[in-house]
Design a protein around this ligand. Structure first.
Ligand code: UD1
Length: 369
C-alpha cells in the first residue's frame, strides 16, 4: 500500500453529528486511513453544532465552509462552490457523506463530478414523498454514490429497485445507534431531569418529549397551531418538554401562538441532555427521522407526526406509530400510551453499536479507497 488513504468526511447539520462521531473514531484506529473532517457550516448555532462536538469528542473540523442559512438553491450552490477547490487541493481517495441534508447532496455532487468516489452512510431510505426536501436529497445522493451503506432491509430493497449494483450495497446497521449505545451511560448523569422538575431523587414522573421542525409542520402558522392545540390537550395530563428548533421558533415568534403552561418550550438541547430525556420519557411525539430510530432503540413509544416515514423498520419492528397531524388521532394514540398500552418493539438487526466498525472494515477490505 502506498501512502495513507485520505477520506474526507462531511458534516453540515445537527443530525449528521451523532452519525459521524463513531465513524471518525473508528477511522482513527486504523493507521492506513487519514480521516479529514469538513463542516459545511449549514448549522452554526452553539446548540446545533459545537455542543455536539464537545460532548461526543468529535475532533475539530479541518475546515468549516461557513455557508450558513439560505434557500435550498443558495445553500446547495454555496456548498458546491466552496467544497470544489478543497476537493481539488486535498485529492481525497473517498468522500464519505451521511444522512439526507443539503450538505449531503451538495458535496456528493461536487465530488462525483471530479471523479472522486462517494460513500453514503444511511443509503436507501425512502419516504416516497417528494415534497420532502430530504427525499430529493436521498434519491439523488444514492444515484451518485458508489458505496451504499444501509441501516435496514427496506433500504437495501429500495436501492436494488432503483438499479444500484448489488456489490456496492452493504447492510451494516445504524451508526447513530452506535452513538446512542456509547453515550447512554454518560447521558444518565445529566441533571436535566432536576432542572426541569421532572425528577425527584431517582424517581422520574411521567412526561412526553416533543420535537417539530419539518417545513410541512412548522412553516404554516395554521398547521403549527393545530398541532400545538393537540399538545395543549395532552399537556393537561402530562408535562411535555418541547426543545424548539430555530425554524419552529421563528414561526412561533411571528405567529404569537399561545400554549398550555405544561407544554414546556425550551432551547434546543445538547446531545446528552436530550438523550437522557428521551430515555426516561413516557412517550415521544416527533416529526424527526432520527428520533423515530432512537426511540426504537430505547424502547420508548414514539408517535410520528407525519403521514409517512422513510424508516419503516421503526414501525414494523420498533416502537413507532405514524399518526399524522390530525389532533384527535394524536390524542387517541397518546391516551393509549398513557394507559400503558404503548407499542413495544424490538431492536432491528445490526443496531448493536458496531455499525461504524463494519463500515470501516468494508472500506478497508474492499479497497474502496
Ligand atoms: C435541516 C435539514 C433537515 C434536518 C434538520 C435538523 C435540509 C434540507 N434540512 O433542516 O433535514 O432534519 O436540519 O435540524 O438540509 N437556523 C439557525 N441556526 C442554525 C441553523 C439554522 O437559527 O444553526 C435557522 C435559520 O433561520 C434557517 C432555519 O433555521 O433558515 C432552517 O435551517 P436549515 O439548515 O435551512 O434547515 P433545517 O430546518 O435546520
Amino acid at each position: 500500500m502506498i501512502g495513507r488513504h485520505r477520506i474526507i468526511n462531511i458534516v453540515g447539520a445537527r443530525p449528521n453529528l451523532p452519525k459521524i462521531a463513531p465513524l471518525i473514531r473508528e477511522m482513527q484506529r486504523h493507521p492506513q486511513i487519514e480521516p479529514l473532517l469538513i463542516h459545511t457550516g449549514q448549522h452554526y448555532d452553539e446548540n446545533l453544532s459545537k455542543i455536539f462536538f464537545r460532548q461526543m469528542g468529535i475532533p475539530e473540523p479541518h475546515m468549516n465552509l461557513g455557508v450558513g442559512s439560505g434557500t435550498h438553491a443558495e445553500q446547495t450552490a454555496e456548498i458546491l462552490k466552496r467544497i470544489e477547490p478543497i476537493l481539488l487541493r486535498q485529492q481525497p481517495d473517498l468522500v464519505l457523506v451521511v444522512g439526507d441534508v443539503n450538505s449531503t447532496i451538495a458535496v456528493s455532487l461536487a465530488a462525483v463530478k471530479l471523479g472522486i468516489p462517494v460513500a453514503h452512510v444511511e443509503a436507501g431510505l425512502r419516504s416516497f414523498d417528494r415534497s420532502m426536501p430530504e427525499e430529493i436529497n436521498r434519491v439523488l445522493t444514492d444515484a451518485l454514490a458508489k458505496y451504499l451503506f444501509a441501516t435496514e432491509d427496506d433500504a437495501v430493497d429500495n436501492l436494488l429497485r432503483e438499479g444500484r449494483p448489488r456489490e456496492f450495497i452493504h447492510l451494516v446497521g445504524n451508526v447513530m445507534i452506535d452513538s446512542l449505545l456509547q453515550f447512554l451511560p454518560l447521558a444518565q448523569q445529566s441533571r436535566i431531569g432536576d432542572e426541569l422538575g421532572l425528577r425527584n431523587g431517582k424517581c422520574w414522573q411521567s412526561f412526553g418529549v416533543l420535537t417539530l421542525h419539518r417545513p410541512s409542520n412548522v412553516d404554516s402558522s395554521e398547521k403549527l397551531a393545530e398541532i400545538l392545540g393537540a399538545m395543549d390537550a395532552i399537556a393537561q395530563q402530562v408535562p411535555i418538554v418541547f426543545p424548539v428548533h430555530p425554524r419552529t421558533q421563528q414561526r412561533l415568534s411571528q405567529s404569537g401562538i399561545k400554549h398550555h403552561p405544561q407544554l414546556r418550550l425550551i432551547q434546543p438541547l445538547g446531545y446528552l441532555d436530550f438523550l437522557c430525556l428521551l430515555s426516561k420519557a413516557t412517550l415521544a411525539l416527533t416529526d424527526s427521522g432520527g428520533i423515530q430510530e432512537e426511540t426504537t432503540a430505547l424502547g420508548v413509544p414514539c408517535l410520528t407526526l407525519r403521514e409517512n416515514t422513510e424508516r419503516p423498520v421503526t414501525v414494523s419492528r420498533g416502537t413507532n406509530v405514524i399518526v399524522g397531524t390530525n389532533p384527535s388521532k394524536i390524542e387517541a394514540a397518546t391516551e393509549q400510551i398513557l394507559r400503558g398500552d404503548g407499542k413495544r418493539g424490538q431492536t432491528p438487526a445490526l443496531w448493536d453499536g458496531h455499525a461504524a466498525e463494519r463500515i470501516v472494515e468494508i472500506i478497508l477490505q474492499d479497497r474502496l479507497v
